[in-house]
Design a protein around this ligand. Structure first.
Ligand code: PMP
Length: 392
């Protein structure tokens, strides 16, 4: 069969093979990005699903509007105001099949082959893969411990043609766990406004803050309608429902609606009903507090165990929230070697080079700390420390 040329650009089989290794059942895996399943509100969802089918089964099982369930869009707008101090009208929200779907839609909406996508260096692999299908060139913007460096962005925008949008994750970034400071957010918006560059602000983890204050979203600072905010229920409720949203100015949302119509007509009406009814009958904030309490415990434990076990010269980020942290191995210690040594010892992370669309680094590893129980976190870090020592 002769497939489209774009398929040649899709994720290399090498990475898929590596990820397969991390999925063996007896492995202590820090490689995925999965929420803790023991926290899913299974009983409550069983109850609301049953009641919902009894109450509105016929409408629920019928086709629905592309934009999404009106009462759920209203709840999302209220939540954005409450959690992110971000004022949006329900009409400025489109419900999507996970926020991942909107990453694909953004590629479809903005990118012709050869256009430039700007992203943080490093960035979320799933987004890079989604954009990649539209055959762009990626330009990586340098970052440091407090976020993207606005002066570097300004330089790039002053010298690079065909930049169509920038993709960023300012809160508890995947893969690094870093959060942009307020100062950086302000400067970033100045540069964006100067160049009129559309921004895709991806925020799946923002509510999972374990210390410090929630910082204003870029969307809340946007005065020109340039920012498109992506949100999701995956990390505050359950990812299997595939419920996300994009909040943007009405003219942009109506473009996404056109794309969604031809992609899948609408997000599952049933799943939207479940989230809506859950929020109506139960306290989602209380549920998020339970998630935060568990992940904070796991984050504190992994940070403490790393400090006790890892050899000098290994560095890691201190995430204030979210699901990930980022390791930097000592000079001369190859992440690829550590990865393979770890697999022999039945522990796994993801090597960092996958998160850079262009350049390769061989000193980093992404670690997820939300999914493993406490005893496995301790044992996994001990094994990893041994693997690092053997690769130094
Ligand atoms: N963006 C980022 C940064 C992510 O880490 C993820 C999931 N891991 C997504 C988007 C996609 O999330 P979902 O489609 O489940 O909403």
């Amino acid at each position: 069969m002769k497939f489209a040329k774009r398929m040649e650009r899709m994720q290399s089989s090498e990475i898929r093979e590596l990820l397969k290794l991390t999925a063996q059942p007896d492995i202590i895996s820090f490689a995925g990005g999965l929420p803790a399943p023991e926290l899913f509100p299974v009983k409550e969802i069983a109850k609301v699903s049953h009641d919902l089918v009894e109450k509105e089964g016929q409408q629920l099982l019928q086709y629905a509007t592309t934009e999404g369930r009106p009462t759920l869009r209203a709840k999302i707008a209220a939540r954005m105001k409450d959690k992110y101090h971000t004022e949006v009208d329900p009409d400025e929200i489109l419900i999507t099949t996970g926020s991942q779907q909107c990453l694909d839609f953004a590629g479809k909406l903005f990118l012709d082959p050869g256009d430039v996508v700007l992203c943080e260096s490093p960035s979320y692999l799933g987004a890079l893969n989604a954009f990649n299908a539209y055959e762009p060139t990626f330009v990586e913007v340098p970052t440091d411990n407090v976020g993207l460096i606005p002066e570097e962005l300004d330089k790039i925008l002053s010298t690079t043609d065909r930049c169509k949008f920038i993709y960023v994750i300012p809160d508890f970034q995947n893969p690094t766990g870093r959060t942009w400071s307020l100062e950086r957010r302000k400067k970033f918006m100045e540069v964006i406004n100067k160049h009129n560059l559309p921004v895709l602000e991806d925020n799946p983890y923002g509510e999972l803050r374990y210390e410090g204050e929630i910082l204003p979203s870029l969307k809340s600072m946007d005065t020109k309608g340039l920012v498109m905010f992506l949100g999701t229920f995956s990390k505050i409720f359950c990812p299997g429902l595939r419920l996300g949203w994009v909040a943007a100015s009405k003219d942009v949302v109506s473009e996404y609606v056109k794309i969604k119509q031809s992609a899948d007509l609408h997000t599952s009406n049933f799943d939207q009903g479940i989230a809506d009814a859950y929020m109506e009958n139960y306290d989602l904030d209380k549920h998020v507090e339970e998630i935060k309490a568990l992940y904070k415990k796991r984050r504190d434990l992994i940070l403490k165990t790393m400090a006790e076990e890892f050899p000098a010269g290994t560095e890691w980020t201190h995430p204030e929230g979210g699901l990930f942290l980022w390791l930097t191995f000592p000079q001369g210690c190859s992440a690829d070697k550590v990865f393979h040594k770890c697999i022999e010892m039945k522990v796994a992370g993801v090597t960092g080079d996958a998160f850079y669309p262009n350049g390769k680094t061989d000193r980093n590893m992404r670690i997820n700390f939300s999914n493993m129980p406490e005893e496995k976190i301790i044992e996994g870090v001990k094994r990893m420390a041994k693997a690092i020592r053997e690769c130094m």
